[in-house]
Structures are given as C-alpha cells and as structure tokens.
Design a protein. Structure first.
Length: 478
C-alpha cells in the first residue's frame, strides 16, 4: 500500500535517495577531473609561458648537457634539464614538453586521490587544489616545481599503496631534480625497514632516525653550501616584516678575500647584507665587489658563514621567532612571494595593454561594427582569463583556511583514535619534514608550497572518511 502511494506521488524511496546521493558524489569526482583537464587545456592552449630567472638557467643547462665543458650546479641538478631536453627534442619543440608536464600532472593527481582515499563520495576534495589557475600554470613554465609536485604526489600514492620499491625509484628521480629531496629517499628507505620490523621499539627508533637526519641537514648544508641558510637567516626580503629579524646590520665587517684582509665600513654596502637576492656566489655585496677585491667563490661562502654565525649569535630568540614565522607560513601556504600569480598577472596585463582590434578583424570588419556604434567583440578566452585570475587568490585563500580547519580536525581525530591511521601519519610526516626544509633552506615562493594543499586536502579526506566509517559501524551495531 505504502509503495503504491510512493509510486502515485512519484516520491523516491530512502534507498533511491541514497543511490541518487551516491551517484551525485561520483559525478562530482568526474566533474572535478573534467574541470582539471579543461583548465590544463586552457593553460596549454591559451596562456603563454614565462622565460625569466631560473627558466633561462635551465634552458642553458639542458642545451649544454652531455658536453665536456658543462658545469655542475649544486642547486640545479641534471634531472629536470634532462627531462626538458628529452621531451622537447633538444628544445626544438618546447610545447611538447609542456604537454608532457600537463598530462603527467593530471595522471598523478588522479592516481594520488585514488590511492589515498577509497571512498568515492568524498574523493573529489583532493582534486580542489588542481582547480586553482596558478597551480595549473606551474605546468606551463620552465621551472622544476611542476614536475616536483607531480613526482611527490606519485611518490606518496605509491607509499600508501605499499609499492615501496617503485616509490624508491621515484625518490631517486626527485633527488636528480633537486638534491634536497634526499630526505624523501631516506624516508622511503626507512619505510621499507619499518614494514619489515614489527617491534614497536624498532619502529620508534626508525622514526627518531628520520627526524634526526632532517635536523642534521642544517649543519651539512652550512658546511657544504651555506647560501640557502644565508638566505633564511640573514636576508630579509622587502615583502617580509623586518621586526621579525631586528638584528642591526654591522657597522664594520672584517673578512679576507684572495688571502688579503678586507674591511667594509661603507653603509651603502653594509645595508646590502640583508637584501634578498638569489646571487649565490656573490652575496652579500654583488659580483662587482667580488671582482674588485679578488674574492673567490669559497671566500664568499666563508663570508656567508661568518654572517650566519653573527646573526644567530646576536639575537637567537628573534631568529627562532623568525623561523617559526616562516614555518607557519610555509605550513599553511602563505607565501612570501606569489610568483605564479604574478606571472599570470603579467600575461593578463600584456593581453590587455597590447590588444588591438586588427589582431582579430580586418579593417573593413571593424568599420562595419563602428558604423552601428558597436565595439568589435573580444574573444571569450580574454574574459575567461580575466575571470580565472580574479578567482585565483580567492581560491588560494579558501584552501589556506581549509588547511587550518583540517589541522583542528586532525588534532581532535588523533585524540580520539586508539590506533593512528598510517596514511594520515605519512602525510603529516611529509608536511613536517618538507616545510622544515623549505623554511630552513628556501625563500617562500608559492610554487614551492602548493604541494602542501594536496596533502592537506588528502588529510581532510581521510578524516572525513574515518568519520563516515565510524558512523556506519555505529548504525550496524544499533
């Protein structure tokens, strides 16, 4: 009788409503994937690349690969230039390389989401960062960060799928791109040992070894290549609040260059000490100063070490606060420099400032429009670019707020869990170690940090999935 009434009124049953809801969530995932592909297509087909700074360096390294006089660079290893050289056919077809980056990114995002979260209803959460225009644009520039983001997602997808040998291979590739990713190589090796050892004390020892290794990178970098630490401890970028590092610039600086004692008292030179610059071999005073005083690269490294010690010794408390400030900003993806956003803005400005009707229309066609006091319509791609750029910062802010909310939820979830979730711990271990290294050794560019968003959304997805499972079990018991 009740079924007949439902049929007559065309009211869906509870089972049907549940099925409809399940289909809706599955469709949300499919919609997200389609939107990611469309966004990558828009970036690839419409938005020009940017060639400045590091991009020119990587092009130079790629062209000089396998040549006898090619120079080894500690901060720019051969991995990324090799990929650039191979997939662009020796830089003859650079767009082919961008196509590879986009395809690889879409694949790794989908693969990562599927391996992290088995619940199809909530998996769409993980795709959210890939819908941000500036994150999508990473795949259209000659910087290694797009490939790095994709490789990290692939690495952790394999770790969570217990494919540790494959994960080890991916971590090796990451090391060839940036040497600093040796910490992920160590992480995978310890994961392999962790799986083999069942004793709790042994497993805890492996965790302690890993984090000790992370901290040991600080003195190692100081000895081998002090510039990353110099950037973090000494330099104060213009976008950064100087009160976080209140140590005054020395009024006199004494050091040796070319075996000759040097003394600098000129305030205009001394104020350059804290200027932000990526000129590794010539800071703090620049290439002209180094040439005039016959300063070798090792002399400049010694000077950088001297200034690192000075700034740590003079105000350790302020340096600790500065480090915590950097770490929290890195953790929640509040970059010091939104480089990708700026590059997108420049492309949009060029499109606006240099647009002319004769780009799209013949002069006679323009006159035909003007005869009726109508401006020739611009292409929809122009308005799409404008709209997506307006959305970019709003989406980034939303994801940063969502990341903070995930932290709160994670703390409450861990407090109530009897046994920690292994996937959650992998993500948290990565977030802690990666952001510690970024804080210690790098200026906070947005492109370094965007992988965090994927990890935060993955963690949020796991928390929601656990909550759903718990409620389902309670219903079964009742």
């Amino acid at each position: 009788m009740v079924e007949n009434i439902y049929h007559m009124l065309d009211v869906p049953k509870k089972e049907n409503v549940a099925n409809m809801g399940s289909k809706l969530y599955k469709n949300l995932e499919k919609i997200c994937i389609v939107l990611i592909i469309m966004l990558q297509g828009w970036v690839y087909l419409i938005v020009p690349t940017s060639n400045n700074g590091d991009a020119t360096e990587y092009i130079k390294i790629a062209l000089e690969l396998f040549e006898t006089d090619s120079e080894f660079k500690f901060l720019r290893l051969f991995g990324y230039p090799l990929l650039l050289k191979v997939f662009s056919v020796n830089l003859e077809f650079i767009n082919l390389f961008f196509f590879f980056q986009s395809i690889f990114f879409v694949f790794t995002v989908i693969f990562f989401a599927n391996k992290v979260c088995k619940n199809e209803k909530i998996r769409f959460i993980i795709y959210a960062p890939a819908l941000v225009p500036s994150i999508a644009y990473m795949q259209k520039i000659i910087f290694p960060d797009g490939i790095i983001t994709s490789l990290i997602l692939l690495l952790f997808a394999l770790i969570m799928d217990k494919k540790l040998i494959k994960a080890f291979v991916v971590s090796l590739i990451l090391v060839t791109v940036k040497l600093v990713f040796v910490f992920l190589l160590v992480y995978v090796m310890l994961c392999i040992l962790y799986e083999k050892k069942q004793a709790v004390k042994t497993r805890l020892s492996l965790i302690v070894i890993y984090f000790c290794f992370i901290f040991c990178l600080l003195p190692a970098i100081y000895i081998i290549k002090p510039f990353p630490l110099y950037q973090t401890i000494v330099q104060v970028p213009s976008s950064f609040d100087n009160t976080a590092s209140p140590v005054r610039t020395p009024t006199i600086l004494e050091f040796t260059c070319g075996g000759v004692f040097q003394e600098v008292t000129d305030p205009s030179l001394l104020e350059k000490i804290t200027w932000h610059s990526a000129s590794e071999f010539y800071m703090p005073f620049g290439p002209d100063f180094a040439a005039e005083r016959n300063c070798s690269k090792e002399d400049m490294r010694n000077l950088q070490r001297q200034l690192i010690r000075h700034y740590l010794r003079e105000a350790p408390e302020q340096q600790a606060l500065k480090f915590l400030n950097h770490f929290s900003r890195s953790f929640f993806v509040l970059a010091q420099n939104y480089h990708l956003d700026y590059m997108l803005l420049l492309k949009l400005r060029l499109l606006k400032d240099h647009y002319a009707w004769n780009t799209d229309y013949l002069e006679s066609q323009v006159k035909n429009f003007k005869r009726y006091y109508i401006d020739p319509p611009r292409q929809p791609s122009y308005y799409l670019f404008d709209t997506l750029y307006d959305l970019n910062k709003k989406m980034l802010l939303f994801l940063s707020i969502a990341s903070g909310f995930v932290v709160i939820c994670f703390v409450f979830t861990m407090a109530r869990m009897k046994k920690p979730d292994e996937k959650m711990l992998h993500i948290v271990a990565f977030l802690l170690s990666y952001n510690f290294i970024i804080t210690a050794f790098a200026f906070l560019y947005d492109r370094y940090l965007y992988v965090n968003f994927f990890m935060w959304m993955a963690l949020g997805c796991l928390i929601v999935a656990r909550s759903v499972e718990k409620k389902s079990l309670e219903k079964i018991k009742n």
